[in-house]
Design a protein around this ligand. Structure first.
Ligand code: FAD
Length: 464
């Protein structure tokens, strides 16, 4: 560490941790990052990136299958799972290497090993080579992430039961799979597996899948997924799983009890913050149900110790983890910074994609705030039609009096890219008038956002 500069030690090299390390280094800190596994954490190694690699091939497979209607004839097309896994490994390795390169370029020292707090000002790291190293610092940033959370259901501990980690390392594609949990991870995997030819069943305890997204668009997405052959059971509870000769039998209770036979069972019922064995409680860092308690500037209850990402955040998403990492680094380095959770976009990478930012229609209705909804269907947009993806809709929610954008929700092609416009609009407190006054390029999917905004003002140009 350079003498004289502030010393910052980051524990965990996932999205939250490595971004915090980079930002602290940019601001002049001497930074050490401790990581016990691969750099890049869950997102790069077992989350966002590998799942989207599978999704891309699934999309190509669907496009080829449906290609004849647009004049594309491909004989003998098939998905080779082993090649796909190799491709996924290469993309992951390249990005992980990129993180290492960036850390090196910013003079961040990477220490390989497991960190444990000895006191509020010191950690000990059991290094991979067996050596034990002590590190002291002016500030620590805890970014130890999360792990899959399995409810105590009989059979969830059977050999071969999958979580997202295992589902991304399968030797071969199964013929059938049952996903327990209809949240983002479950629905994304359902979409991918189905597109790759796997028979998919989703079991969700709540009355609807994706409970935090806009209900109208979720209903629309559900219809699309079901029309594709995915069986979705809601208000349904998994009672037990047992091994059979061909895989597993899962007892599911809805109005009646049913036993569903599948080759694989994949439990995706959520994730829990990972702070075990870190010694946080011993040094007085307050946790709430396993989550590190932090304020808006990512400070824990112990001065000098900060926490970011899945281990502390109210929202377990990579872009939230990195935003929190930046905030923690800036606060440590004496800058004014605080987290703003008001407009965090969320994306569901199904085909078609679903994305949202800000309030949903149901939330606004409940709040009593007067609002107007503008809608525009994807099948009235030239680019969506050209892409052969006419399913979906853009919804813009605006304050009835001022026109301020309160939420935007998109189902359709590249919804997770389109949501950027709504996020920027919300962050900048823009009104629908300002969106419609902005020239949107033609032909683009972005025109749907302008048209939905025009619909708020009851003057959509491309609606009857
Ligand atoms: P992590 O990425 O989990 O990193 C924590 C790191 O800390 C790990 O590398 C771990 O080895 C290390 N560590 C833990 N304890 C110690 C210790 N004592 N000493 C040293 N090192 C330690 N988010 C999105 O925004 N978009 C998506 O599309 C998306 N898709 C996902 C798909 C799946 C299947 C999953 C599981 C998650 C997905 N996420 C997605 C969520 C995203 O991956 C997480 O929000 C993000 O990785 C959190 O980053 P983090 O830095 O908090 O933790």
């Amino acid at each position: 560490m350079a003498e004289g500069s502030k010393k910052v030690v980051v524990i965990g090299g996932g999205t939250g941790g490595y971004v915090a390390a980079l930002r602290a280094a940019q601001l002049g800190a001497s930074v050490v990052l401790v990581e016990k596994n691969a750099l890049g954490g869950t997102c790069l190694n077992r989350g966002c990136i590998p799942t989207k690699v599978l999704l891309h091939t699934a999309e190509l497979a669907s496009a080829v299958r449906e290609g004849e209607s647009v004049g594309l004839f491909v004989k003998g097309a098939r998905v080779d799972w082993k090649v796909l896994m190799q491709h996924k490994a290469e993309i992951v390795a390249r990005l992980v290497e990129g993180v290492g390169f960036l850390l090196g370029a910013n003079s961040v020292e990477v220490v390989r090993g497991n960190a444990v707090f000895r006191s509020p000002g010191e950690i000990v790291v059991a290094q991979e080579d067996g050596a034990v190293r002590s590190l002291s610092a002016d500030a620590f940033i805890v970014a130890t992430g999360s792990v899959p959370a399995l409810p105590p259901v009989p059979g969830f501990d059977l050999p071969g039961i999958l979580t997202s980690d295992g589902a991304l390392e399968l030797d071969a594609l199964p013929k059938s799979i049952l996903l327990v949990g209809g949240g983002v991870i479950g629905v994304e995997f359902a979409s991918v597996f189905s597109a790759l030819g796997v028979k998919v069943t989703v079991v969700e305890m709540l009355p609807e899948i994706l409970p935090n997204m806009d209900a109208e668009l979720v209903g629309y997405l559900r219809q699309i997924l079901e029309a594709r052959g995915i069986r979705i059971l809601t208000s349904a509870t998994v009672k037990a799983v047992r091994l059979t000769e061909d895989g597993y039998a899962t007892v599911v209770a809805t109005d009646a009890e049913e036993e569903i036979a599948t080759e694989k069972v994949f439990v995706c019922t959520g994730r829990r913050p990972f702070t075990q064995g870190l010694g946080l409680e011993e040094i007085g860092v307050r946790t709430e149900r396993g989550r590190v308690a932090v304020d808006g500037q990512m400070r824990t209850s112990v001065p000098g110790i900060y926490a970011v990402g899945d281990c502390a955040s109210p929202i377990m998403l990579a872009h939230v983890a990195s935003a929190e990492g930046e905030v923690a680094a800036e606060v440590i380095m004496g800058r004014k910074a605080a987290m703003d959770y008001r407009c965090v976009p969320s994306g569901v990478y199904t085909a078609p994609e679903l994305a949202g930012v800000g309030s949903t229609e149901a939330e606004l209705a409940k709040s009593g705030r007067p609002f107007i909804v503008g809608r525009f269907p994807m099948n009235s947009n030239a680019k969506a039609l050209i892409a052969g993806m006419p399913d979906g809709m853009v919804k813009v929610l605006a304050d009835k009096e001022t026109g301020e954008i309160l939420g935007m929700h998109v189902l359709g092609p590249r919804a997770t890219d389109l949501i950027v416009e709504g996020t920027l609009a919300m962050k900048s407190e823009l009104t629908v008038d300002e969106i419609v006054a902005t020239i949107h390029a033609h032909p683009t999917l972005g025109e749907t956002v302008k048209e939905a905004s025009l619909d708020v003002l009851s003057r959509a140009l491309h609606l009857p």
